[in-house]
Ligand binder design. Structure first.
Ligand code: KIV
Length: 270
């Protein structure tokens, strides 16, 4: 999927699938899958580094993970998150972050919110960098929200999110992530905009869906309630680890065979 496909998907109502990826090995599996596009989300602060929120992420870390993921993601669109405050310190700081992410291999950047950084966002877009917006429960603002709470539940909140969505489209964003907002609101925004919306915890009416890969693989201990677990990764990995442990303890692994026989355990080439 390329950037122009976003518009091509919206018109006929073809849904877009996006998944986060943070490391080379996982990204290589994403690359082999049918998923449309990958996001190096700043959620990596929590899933990969154990931080308590995404506020921990910075542009160096985002670029490092983007570079690793890019090596595996060949033909899919790769979007990378602008971290906390990186677009609130003026054009220069913002453009330095954009440069790091794009040079690390991102095809586009995503940034949260709009109010107060319209000019910076517009400058990034006018510099020919595709930008994905992100509205609703924007995790970099949890301190303002007082925690991970659904946004846009009352009329004032809903009107504000709709206004911001229209503004993001007007400034030239190619898509918008809608996170944790009521499904009636995400439907209204999706029906109003020409650009596609990608939902997470925002109901079924958006033009696409995104999940954090650790949540859908059942790896993260504290997934949000809306995240569907497609496999119980923690259980599967723990079982494999315990099998290895058992075989080490009872001397079943490694086998007492010649080196040439090892190949039957894997497709290793050495
Ligand atoms: O950082 C992230 O993973 C995200 C998605 C949840 C959209 O922004």
């Amino acid at each position: 999927m390329k950037i122009n496909d976003f518009y091509n998907y919206k018109k006929p109502g073809k849904k877009i699938s996006m998944i986060t990826a943070y490391d080379y090995t996982t990204a290589s599996i994403v690359n082999d899958s049918d998923i449309d596009c990958a996001l190096v989300g700043d959620s990596l602060a929590m899933t990969m580094h154990g931080a308590s929120s995404t506020i921990w992420a910075n542009s160096r870390i985002m670029a490092l993970h983007t570079e690793a993921v890019r090596k595996a993601i060949k033909d899919k669109l790769l979007i990378s998150d602008m971290p906390f405050l990186s677009f609130r310190k003026g054009f220069l700081k913002a453009m330095e972050t954009v440069e790091k992410l794009m040079k690390a291999g991102a095809d586009a950047v995503k940034l949260e919110g709009i109010d107060g950084h319209e000019d910076t966002l517009s400058h990034i877009i006018k510099s020919d960098i595709p930008v994905m917006g992100h509205l609703g429960l924007t995790p970099q603002s949890i301190n303002k929200f007082g925690g991970y709470k659904i946004q846009g539940k009352d009329k004032t909140g809903a009107d504000s999110i709709l206004r911001q969505a229209k503004k993001l489209q007007e400034l030239g964003c190619f898509s918008i992530v809608l996170e944790c907002i009521p499904e009636e609101l995400s439907k209204e925004i999706t029906d109003t905009l020409k650009i596609p919306t990608i939902g997470i915890g925002a109901g079924p009416h958006t033009d696409g869906q995104v999940l954090v890969i650790q949540d859908m693989l059942g790896l993260y201990e504290l997934p949000p309630s809306f995240a569907k677990k497609y496999i119980d990764g923690r259980k599967l990995i723990k079982e494999a680890l315990n099998s290895f442990n058992k075989e080490v303890k009872n001397e079943a692994f490694p086998p007492k065979k010649k080196i040439a026989d090892r190949k039957k355990y894997s497709n290793a080439n050495y």
